[in-house]
Design a protein around this ligand. Sequence first.
Ligand code: FAQ
Length: 313
Amino acid sequence: MKNYQQDFDQAMEKDISIEPKDWMPDAYRKTLIRQIGQHAHSEVIGMLPEENWITRAPSLKRKAVLLAKVQDEAGHALYLYSAAETLGADRDDMMDKLIAGRMKYSSIFNYPTLTWADVAAIGWLVDGAAIVNQVALCRTSYGPYARAMVRVCKEESFHQRQGFEAMMQLANGTPEQKQMAQDAVNRFWWPAQMMFGPSDDNSPNSAQSMQWKIKLFSNDALRQKFVDNTVPQVHMLGLTVPDPDLRFNEETGHYESGAINWAEFNDILAGKGPCNHERIEARRKAWEGGKWVRDSAAVYAQKQHVEEAAKVA
Ligand code: FAQ
């Protein structure tokens, strides 16, 4: 008799990706739906703080770039919802759970974008952090998720560069513009680090997800990579890192950061961040407002199906 668990374990050992029709443990499927669903929701909610600036971008060029970026994020959500559907998840159900607060999205999108520099900081720091996490996910064990990440990473790297370039222009501008850039770094530096999740000794899902090769690196390892990549970029801009305890360790070749404010992170996860309510409300309105479009598309698809079936008969 076929031993499904053994085949799965061997695939894990040999780094053979798991595909939708392969047998997989229920808990593996559940964990993937949780993570991919949260990731998809983050892309959708992540459009809101940026969309807020489309009408106020400082030039036509900036507006065109921002529009393209926000559209890319919608595309990422579509790949990710589709990947979750290959595991048997239902898109409407995932959306209902998001709106009811029973599925999470990234903590970072509960902060407001107060100035244009915040939009630049999102492109540079938030997409920068997302890339560090997602490059690792290009080799995650579930095939459809890994393949979606390859394309997402290409687009995110364009986002990161445009954010850095927008930041560079501000940092090299008037003293007021430079101050605006510094204020944005001050606001987004720590929240960007929190995107990687709780510290390793406080991350309930990591051990199992690493055993299943869903996660290839721990939360802290990826956070460290982000800090090592980004501190020199802050300095290159002539700005400062808002961490008085930051120091470079010559022996390890890594930056050592000060303590993260985990109480702030936990508050955000508990729905008590500055924009939690506003973000979910915006999503609820869009979801309810778009119902007639989804219903019409479903009726049209059904009609096409009946007509095709009649032709075959
Ligand atoms: N925010 O045990 P762990 C982007 C939750 S994409 C909210 O360590 P895990 C693109 C976690 O779900 C950004 N919740 O969990 C863009 C779990 O709760 P649960 C999104 C968080 O899954 C840019 C609990 O805490 N990227 O930005 C967060 O092993 C610009 C315990 O944590 C992804 O989703 C958080 N930051 O590791 C778009 C990447 N961290 O579910 C627009 C894929 C943790 O048990 C504009 N996801 N939690 O109730 C992952 O790699 C992982 O899910 C982690 C968390 C690393 C986020």
